[in-house]
Structure formats: structure tokens, C-alpha cells
Design a protein around this ligand. Structure first.
Ligand SMILES: CC(C)(COP(=O)(O)OP(=O)(O)OC[C@H]1O[C@@H](n2cnc3c(N)ncnc32)[C@H](O)[C@@H]1OP(=O)(O)O)[C@@H](O)C(=O)NCCC(=O)NCCS
Length: 374
């Protein structure tokens, strides 16, 4: 077998692929597999794994494709083990991805998925300001043409993601062909597995009743667990958290709470795979101030879960230099006020627009917690 991988670009109209297949057939080229890729505009890229069946000048293949109204973007020898069923291959790579926690192994697996020459994962903070900003807001990725170490040009695909701890960017590069939208989507799908495999950010927190919870930063992958938590909460608890009695999942508000950027994060309290509490944090753009809103499932209230979430939020915010935290509550809902007082803070309240704003000094809170531990 003389296997080659050919990527052709053709107009996305009926009969185009048949013409290319016919032209290749006339040369005696046997098509073993076709993978369809969407690219920019009205074109499509089809990647074919072919057996040349007899010695052939690759230029003749390119000319035949050109005559059939398409263009060869790349043609390269292929390995017999690439004959593996593509779905099996993708699942095997996903399995490898779940098993590995080492970043360089993850980059290699992503590179193997789209047959890139190289893959690397870097912290978004190490990038130039534009790339870093795009990474933090979780953009879908971008492609650029860059000069490689050996001075040749190569295509670089950069896809931002969050591994449960920090904003990172996966970069994949290859000489030819440029990456298709389909390949971008495949890499993003693979990266979607990462937050699930990220280890818990913190060791379990022991609760006063002898139980334990884990606190961790949430990602969009936690949306289903968050929906289940909301389904288990009483209407009163939900109304105290959201100041409305409209069911959240149906109002579409919940998915919006799970869109994270550098100004919005959520910390979850979990027992096993189920969330029992969530603290949402909104960080102001201009001021070093943040607002917190906490929800704890009814049957888990008064176990110290909001206290644990507040402690976790405090450490995240102090890390960012934010010492001023506020929580908005309904008048008459004393839970948050008592909780803050219980932590040893003098109660500072402001009434506004029918709500009560509880002010928390995080530096003081952290110092009190340290003193309490001594
Ligand atoms: C308010 C809320 C977040 C508290 O969560 P929690 O996990 O029960 O809080 P904790 O167990 O950490 O409470 C610590 C202390 O705060 C006080 N506290 C908590 N909830 C209280 C309540 N409903 N009434 C009075 N005091 C309360 C208690 O002193 C408690 O300690 P104790 O149980 O040993 O007496 C939770 O009840 C909730 O989700 N309520 C609905 C949503 C809401 O009101 N959110 C706040 C506005 S955004």
C-alpha cells in the first residue's frame, strides 16, 4: 500500500466531491476515507486517506484535482495505522486525555487529534496583552501565520481554556495545511474534558457536624450539576438568593450565571459529584471591590457551607488584591447578616432600592480566621 493523506479545497456545491473522486479514480487512486471540514466562505476542505495503488508522480495527482475544479492544499505520506476508524481514534485520544494530567501530554494528544506538528500549553498570563485578554474571556480560538524557529512560516492555532486553576492557552502548529473550523471545534471539544479531570483545588473542608465538602472553582461544565442543585432548592431559598420567584432554569438565567470571565467566577461546595452550594462572585472593573451571592441547598443549610464558601472566596479575592466585599440580601433575610457577625465582623449594612447591602472587610476576615486557628 502506498498511503497518502490529501487535503483538497473545493466549492461546497453538489457533485464537486464526485468530480474529484472520479479524477483520482482515473489515475488508479483508491480513496479509503473522507473527512469533511468546514473552512471560511463557500468552500469546503475534504481530507482523503488514499492508496495510490501504483507509483505516481504527486504532481499528476495535483493536476487531476485541479482539472476537476478543486485545489490540493496538502499532500503527504500517511502511516498504515492511520487506517484506524476515526471515531475509535478520537475516543482513544479522549481516553488518553482523561488519564493524563500532565500539560505536555495533553498538548501532544491535542496535536495528534488534528495532526499538528507541535503542541504546547502556556499560561495566558505569559502571552502578549491581546492574546491574554482573548484567553481570559474564553474566546473560541484564533489562527495565525507565524515564523517558526527555523525561519519557515507555519500555521498556529491558539485555543484558550481553563483547567480549574488558571487560564491557559493551547497552541498547535503545523506547516500545512491551515487549520479548518472543524479542527478548531474538535480541539475545543477535547479541551472541554479538562475541567472535569482537574483535581479538586482544595483539600476537603471539615464541617462542624463531622461531614466534609470540597470547594472548587466552577466551570461551564458544572452547569448540569448546578441545575440539579437549583431543582432541589425550595422556592423560598431561591427567592432569597435571586430576589425573584421565576424558576431560573426556565427563565434562562442560570446558563448566564455560568459564563465566566475575569470579572465573574463561581465557587462550588460539593459532596461527591453533586453541588450543595454555590458562591457567585462579581468583581468590579474599576474598583478593587466584589459582590458575593451565596446559595446553599435547603437540607445542607446551617452546616457551615456558606462559611466555607466565604472563606474560599476571601482567599481568591485577596490574591487579586480585593479587600472589599458586599452581599445584597432581601430585608428580613438575616442569614447572611448573622453569618457575617458570627465570623466576628461588626455588621455594616446599607439599605438601597428595597434591599440590604452587607459590607464585609476581607482583610479583617482573613486575620480573624488566622487568629481563630492559632
Ligand atoms: C444564607 C445562606 C447562604 C447561609 O448558608 P449556610 O450554609 O446555612 O450558612 P452557615 O451554615 O455557614 O452559617 C453559619 C452561621 O450563620 C448563621 N446563619 C446561617 N443561616 C442563617 C439563617 N437562615 N438565619 C439565622 N442565622 C443564620 C448562623 O449563625 C450559622 O451558624 P449556626 O448554624 O452554628 O448558628 C443559606 O441559608 C442560603 O442559601 N439561603 C438562601 C439564599 C440566601 O439568602 N443567600 C444570601 C443572599 S445572596
Amino acid at each position: 500500500m502506498d498511503l497518502h493523506r490529501i487535503r483538497v479545497q473545493l466549492r461546497d456545491t453538489p457533485g464537486q466531491l464526485a468530480r474529484v473522486a472520479g479524477a483520482l479514480g482515473d489515475l488508479g487512486v483508491n480513496i479509503l476515507e473522507v473527512d469533511l471540514h468546514s473552512v471560511v466562505g463557500a468552500a469546503r476542505a475534504d481530507e482523503m486517506l488514499v492508496d495510490l495503488t501504483r507509483p505516481l508522480d504527486l504532481r499528476a495527482v495535483e493536476l487531476a484535482v485541479l482539472k476537476a475544479g478543486a485545489e490540493v492544499l496538502d499532500i503527504a505520506p500517511a502511516d498504515p495505522h492511520e487506517l484506524k476508524d476515526p471515531v475509535t481514534r478520537a475516543l482513544e485520544l479522549a481516553y488518553g486525555f482523561l488519564r493524563e494530567s500532565d500539560h505536555s501530554a495533553l498538548a501532544d494528544l491535542a496535536a495528534a487529534l488534528v495532526r499538528a506538528d507541535q503542541g504546547a500549553i502556556v499560561p495566558a498570563s505569559g502571552l502578549d496583552p491581546v492574546a491574554a485578554a482573548s484567553a481570559r474571556v474564553g474566546g473560541g480560538g484564533r489562527q495565525s501565520r507565524e515564523r517558526a524557529d527555523d525561519d519557515t512560516l507555519e500555521w498556529t492555532l491558539s485555543i484558550p481554556f481553563h483547567d480549574g486553576h488558571e487560564h491557559l492557552v493551547l497552541t498547535l502548529s503545523r506547516r500545512q495545511p491551515h487549520f479548518s473550523f472543524t479542527e478548531m471545534a474538535r480541539v475545543r471539544a477535547l479541551l472541554g474534558l479538562v475541567p472535569r479531570t482537574a483535581p479538586s483545588a482544595q483539600p476537603p473542608v471539615a464541617l462542624p457536624d463531622g461531614g466534609a465538602i470540597e470547594t472548587r472553582l466552577l466551570s461551564p461544565n458544572d452547569l448540569r450539576a448546578a441545575e440539579r442543585l437549583h431543582d432541589r432548592c425550595s422556592a423560598t431559598t431561591l427567592a432569597q438568593r435571586y430576589f425573584t420567584s421565576v424558576p431560573l432554569a426556565r427563565s434562562g438565567l442560570l446558563p448566564r450565571l455560568f459564563m465566566f470571565d475575569e470579572h465573574h467566577l463561581a465557587i462550588g461546595a460539593a459532596t461527591g459529584s453533586e453541588l450543595v452550594g454555590i458562591a457567585h462572585l462579581a468583581i468590579e472593573r474599576e474598583q478593587p471591590r466584589a459582590e458575593i451571592a451565596i446559595l446553599v441547598e435547603d437540607t445542607h443549610q446551617r452546616r457551615g457551607i456558606a462559611t466555607a464558601l466565604l472563606a474560599e472566596a476571601t482567599s481568591h479575592l485577596l490574591d487579586r488584591g480585593i479587600e472589599h466585599l458586599e452581599a445584597l440580601t432581601l430585608p428580613g433575610n438575616g442569614g447572611m447578616e448573622t453569618l457575617v457577625q458570627r465570623l466576628g465582623q461588626p455588621l455594616r449594612l446599607r439599605r438601597e432600592a428595597g434591599l440590604v447591602r452587607v459590607v464585609i472587610d476581607l482583610r479583617q476576615l482573613a486575620e480573624q480566621a488566622t487568629t481563630a486557628r492559632r
